[in-house]
Design a protein around this ligand. Sequence first.
Ligand code: CTP
Length: 438
Amino acid sequence: TLSRRNIGWVMQRTLSPTVWNILKQAGKLADGMGFKIYAAGGLVRDVLLGQESLDVDLVVEGDGIRLAEELGKAHRARVRQHHKFGTAEVILSEDFKIDVATARVEFYAYPAALPQVESSSLHQDLYRRDFTINAMAVSLNEKKFGDLVDFFDGREDLEQRMVRVLHNLSFVEDPIRILRAVRFEQRYGFKIEPQTLKLLKEAVRQGVLHKVTSERVWEELKHILVEAEAAKMLHRLEELNVWPYVFPDVNYWEVDPVLKELHNAMDLLDQWGQLQPAERWLPYYIAVLHWSEVEVALRVCRKYNLSKRQTEKVQLALEGWREAVAMIWKAPQDVKISQLAKVLLKMPRESYPMLLAILEDSWIKVRFRQLLNIIMDSKPKINGKYIKSLGYRPGPVYREALDALWRERLDGNLRTEEDERQFLRDYLDRVTKGESKC
Ligand code: CTP
């Protein structure tokens, strides 16, 4: 029926005003230039699922790059062009970019008067995509705004909750789709359609994943590790024998219980105001590797070309977590807060979700929270400036002295700021015997 084929009103209801206005505007611009224009892929899928989407992926029958330039002008946004592919990116902000692709109309293939001609290039563009649920488009031209273009029955598969490839060679042509199939299946609680599952398993058996670069695996893996259902996705990768390609020599079953708890742990830390990971994928990544030998973990880090700082965080987490967990478990009278702080502060923040996930009982979680609060609240107000004012030459002694001060405060030995100054003066005097003075 008409209403099923036009989803304009669902778009208006689900999309943010910003995205909605951009789609409207893109349609008008294309009208003015005589192009046909569509939004495709993830946005259409998510709108039909009743979910918001920031993923604007435009397909232009005409000149996508020119359209992108006009859109860029209207928003004073930077436009990155890839002439070789006829694509462009309109960069509205750091995390809001619009992809524009050109679907070339190949006039020679069909008589120009036939209606198929108009959509043949869109058809080609959509046919190159991974799954039917991702291969729908919606018209944006004013007169047809909201008309659904669904060549491969994607809407039916969405309703049946199925992830289905468009053709038999899909996983062989792009093995990354093996990971993507798992991601969409678990994100939405769908099933990989039986024939698709057969093709997927066959592709895995043939070792097609050896043919993709680690860069591309990493790109997709990062997407998985920031998903709410990351644990389920990783479990599914194990089930489908994909895990060994992704995390070679890492034993899935050793980390399974911690992975399953990690999302809750991150939620808790977030509620406590203690979660600010710079890289959102890192907590899961650390949890995946925490039972492994350091050499195995470092090999994985090298495979995915992690930075020196990221690798260091992984290593510190692996070296520190057993001691940290053991200490948190100790009765308060048996361990000094400063000792605990020393161990915890050596570990990266991104490893705290894993620590919390390992601490199963709720009372020990409460204790962990108290410890974090105490540690974070007791950061001394006195800093290097004071040491400098005492006439000491800047050097490693600053850090050592301030750490010693922090520990002393944590153990409750210093009451006033004057106590702290006194402590620092004594400490510096003792360790430097005056030789570091300017
Ligand atoms: N695509 C594909 N094969 C890949 C990667 C992407 O066919 N290996 C297609 C998909 O059909 C997808 C589109 O390119 O709709 C855009 O990809 P991407 O933005 O990565 O996917 P989304 O579907 O938008 O997923 P997400 O919601 O995770 O952003």
